[in-house]
Ligand binder design. Structure first.
Ligand code: PHE
Length: 494
């Protein structure tokens, strides 16, 4: 019937005839789903219609069935001339509330009159308009007189409005009484067989929200690393190649004049590599000069005067500091074609130490390191370089404390005033590299080399307010945190 007229003016006609068990809300949702699906195939077009109807409240239903309070009071009373009914007796007949309210209204309507201590009817018949109006609303959801009536009974809380969503539906461009399975892809098979000509294709839904995109996110360490890199570049430094996690004990320790008996070399401090366990040999002449300065001294030094073992030198390990790379670089610079030239070098990369992990220690972390090699530079230059470098990271108040490294003399720990914590915190280690390290490399006598090193994790944790280093790296990494963290800006001094 609807297909012959070509339209359905009001979907409620459909709903009332289908006899399904769905409630009105569910039925509407199901219907909308069906309509949207047909719409996407252009089988129909539809419009949503919103209407309001009224339903009776509990009190409204009571009045529609038994009459208004005033009517019930009138009905309970005897005709004029009969035995008047007292208020307590009226209450017994119609109930307390009905008696109280009904008596007042009936009196106002002049339906009843006082007779001694009680009440009697004042007229022979009364029109119970409220009950009649409510019956109409109960049966039709509205009233022909509209708002005049509806507003009044709604004010008396006898009816409640209800919203209804329904639809008017018309045939669409592809109207059909059967739903064809739509193709979503044009396949090679369809092209070969020619079946594409009879196929119906599903419309693209350009309004669809689409899959949430899951872009990559830079790890906080990488973001802070990039900030440090830029600071080094700004200061004219060149980045060192640090892509070699496995080093020989020679470059990590010996070449830096770290004695072979130094406690840092013990297995519980350093990760040694099992397989292969031996490194290739360094340049033999250089190696011999290093052996000599350790065992016998030279270049104004008395050396360690302790046995120096090639086996110890050739051990392979996971580098314990990036200074191993700086050392190799200094050796290369000393021996490059054309000879030594001043250099400013930096690196930021991973190092490994055989430490038990806790909230502030990892067995694997990053070092930020700067090295400057030039003629006749001094401790004053080192301090000036660090003041400039750390000023660019937002650390303007620095203090230097004498310290000890086997490979630098003098050595200094660097402290920075932390405004938030209200105390000096250690931020770096530094020093002037020893001649026992530099001269065997073949660096010219007047060349001095300065360096400082620090961890990347510490400033990152301060910057991002991370209290447990284990949520930063390793299997406990908080990936959600990695995704959420904003880009970093170190508060630069300028
Ligand atoms: N290698 C040092 C460390 O591990 C840092 C450092 C680098 C010290 C350069 C002095 C010179 O802490």
């Amino acid at each position: 019937d609807s297909s012959s007229s070509g339209s359905i003016d009001d979907s409620r006609e459909l709903q009332s005839s289908d006899g399904s068990k769905l409630g009105p809300g569910e039925a509407q949702a199901v219907l909308k789903g069906v309509l949207d699906s047909l719409l996407s195939r252009e089988m129909i077009v539809y419009k949503q219609i919103t209407t309001t109807s009224f339903a009776l409240t509990e009190e409204g239903l009571d009045i529609a069935a038994k009459g208004s309070h005033e009517y019930r009071v009138w009905e309970a009373l005897p005709a004029k001339g009969g035995v008047a009914l007292s208020m307590p007796d009226l209450k017994k007949v119609v109930g307390d509330d009905v008696a109280k309210i009904g008596q007042m209204r009936a009196f106002k309507n002049k339906w009843i009159a006082k007779d001694g201590a009680g009440f009697v009817r004042a007229v022979d018949a009364v029109p119970d308009e409220t009950a009649a109006q409510l019956q109409t609303i109960r049966d039709t959801g509205s009233h022909p007189q509209g708002d005049v009536v509806l507003k009044e009974v709604q004010k008396r809380k006898l009816i409640q409005p209800r919203k209804h969503i329904h639809y008017s539906v018309k045939k669409g461009a592809n109207f059909s009484t059967e739903v064809k399975q739509l193709e979503t892809d044009l396949t090679e098979d369809m092209l070969v067989s020619g079946s594409w000509q009879d196929a119906s294709f599903k419309q693209y839904n350009f309004a669809a929200a689409g899959q949430p995109t899951d872009g990559g996110a830079l790890h906080p360490l990488l973001k802070v690393r990039e900030e440090f890199r830029q600071i080094f570049f700004d200061l004219g430094f060149t980045e060192m190649p640090t892509n070699r996690f496995v080093e020989s004990a020679f470059w990590n320790f010996d070449a830096m004049f770290v004695p072979q008996q130094h406690p840092a070399r013990e297995m519980q401090d350093t990760f040694y590599v099992k397989e292969p366990s031996r490194s290739t040999r360094p340049d033999e002449e250089y190696y011999e000069r290093v052996r000599k300065v350790h065992e016998e001294g030279g270049y104004g030094s008395i050396g360690y005067r302790a046995p120096f073992s090639r086996e110890e030198s050739e051990k392979l390990l996971l580098r314990t500091h990036t200074t191993a790379v700086s050392t190799d670089m200094l050796y290369q610079i000393a021996n490059q074609p054309g000879g030594f030239k001043p250099a400013k070098l930096f690196s930021i990369d991973r190092v490994f130490r055989n430490e038990s992990t806790d909230a502030t220690h990892l067995a694997e972390f990053h070092q930020v390191e700067g090295v400057v090699a030039d003629y006749d530079i001094t401790l004053g230059h080192l301090i000036a370089f660090m003041e400039e470098f750390f000023r660019k990271t937002g650390n303007t108040k620095l203090r230097f404390k004498p310290a000890y490294n086997p490979y630098t003399e003098p050595s200094m720990e660097v402290f920075s005033w932390h405004e938030g914590l209200g105390k000096w915190i250690e931020i770096a280690n530094s020093g002037v590299f020893r001649p026992e390290m530099l001269e065997p490399m073949g660096l010219p006598k007047g060349v001095r080399v300065l360096g400082w090193g620090m961890s990347l994790e510490r400033p990152t944790m301060i910057k991002y307010k991370i209290s447990d280093i284990r949520t930063l790296v390793g299997h406990k990494t908080d990936l959600d945190m990695v995704r959420r963290r904003p880009a970093v800006r170190l508060e630069k001094g300028d």
